[in-house]
Design a protein around this ligand. Sequence first.
Ligand code: PLP
Length: 485
Amino acid sequence: MHDSPSRPHDMSPDEFRRHGYAAIDRIADYLAHPEGWPVLPRVQPGDLRRQLPGSAPEQGEAMEALLRDYDELILPHTTHWNHPGFMAYFSITGSGPGILGELLAAGLNINAMLWRTGPAATELEETTLDWLRQLMGLPAGLDGTINDTASSSTLYALAAARELQADLKIREAGLAGRPDVPRLRVYCSEEAHSSVDKAVLTLGLGLTGIRHIPTDDEHALDVLALEAALAEDRAAGIRPLAVVATVGTTSTTSVDPVAAIADICTREGIWLHVDASYAGAVALLPEMRSVLDGCDRADSLVVNPHKWLLTPVDCSVLYTRRPDLLKRAFSLVPEYLTTSDPDDVRNLMDYGVSLGRRFRALKLWFVLRWYGAEGLREVLRHHLRLARFFADQVADDPQFELLAPVRFSVVLFRFRPAAIASEEELERLNAEVLKRLNASGQVFLSHTKVRGRYALRLAIGNARTDRHHVEDAWRLAREAAQSVT
Ligand code: PLP
């Protein structure tokens, strides 16, 4: 029941204020002690579902009841990405200023499809992305837009890449039923993220439309193998469309040789997209800026502030030198969306599949301003130091080994007692170590495979993770290892 029947179509301002303060108090209390929860909830699939009614209430409920259920049902069934022991996948973090930016954007509830439907959202997006570009040392003239995820950003980049092959007239005639269109192909390393494969699928190129290039000893794309693949495909009548290089691959955080790949793309007349979703942020550090060497020549680059730049999910930035081609791929203006605004105003609906655009720039603006470049650099350096510290512990213990160089904030390692040489046995053992480690509720690590070898994967990326959390993770890993032998 509404407790303010005089304004039945929304909460009254007083009610909103009261419940809003209560919600903010909850967030503040939660963020003060996320480690009060186990990182991974001790629940089974379906547990929450069974506790929820099968249909929506006919009569409105009191906000108190909703907040109580948030406390009693939602929090206990949540995987706590805010927990300082969350060290799985790419550990991420929101932040106070980012959360407040998100809250204020929700209050405005604008839909920035056109400049006129969201002048502040449109122009703030242009401004914050230009600030971020400068902070990352990327060249002037790159045009940025914010998408939900890196998967969308890469999909859009590859759609623009397809438009670069203007003679194919794909915008006009599509691909289906056209004997005049050769097979088209995108190239990336075997370590590239599966979002590249998904983009290729979505663009209608099929699974044969992607070729995974072998990697070298450092898990980086092998340039000679790329050249050979391109030559072989051209000889077979296949038309290359784009190469996707990765700066900071998901599994091992390897860095592809972007400058050499840029040479090849220039020679071939094809698009170079760089996936720097995770590691691009580290270019804010002058001493790490070389990770983006060659990226000044990329046609497009994606970096996710929601991964390692303290911005709440979701916020993925796509930069491109060719906004004209991005628009060629996606711009379509029905009569009801035409305006008399000048031609050079940006209408965000022109840069991707979605018509509507959230005001994501507000939270990024808050983050960039509240931390300042120095504050962000401090967090990044802290994370790099923590990963290095953990790697040093692993390297010093004869029963463990590192499985890849530690370039950024991720450590790949495994338990390797001298008596065990079989890869199958080591995999079984380490999978059990991971299971016991994660059952502690104090940490959550994930795993991967490095050249077929099962690796435990520790990723630092949370604003609340400190040295003692990493010490705990190492102690727990050793205890779990002793308990399985
Ligand atoms: N690219 C890389 C290198 C990633 O590691 C990931 C996810 O971790 C992605 C792309 C996909 O990210 P998103 O969830 O933003 O689509």
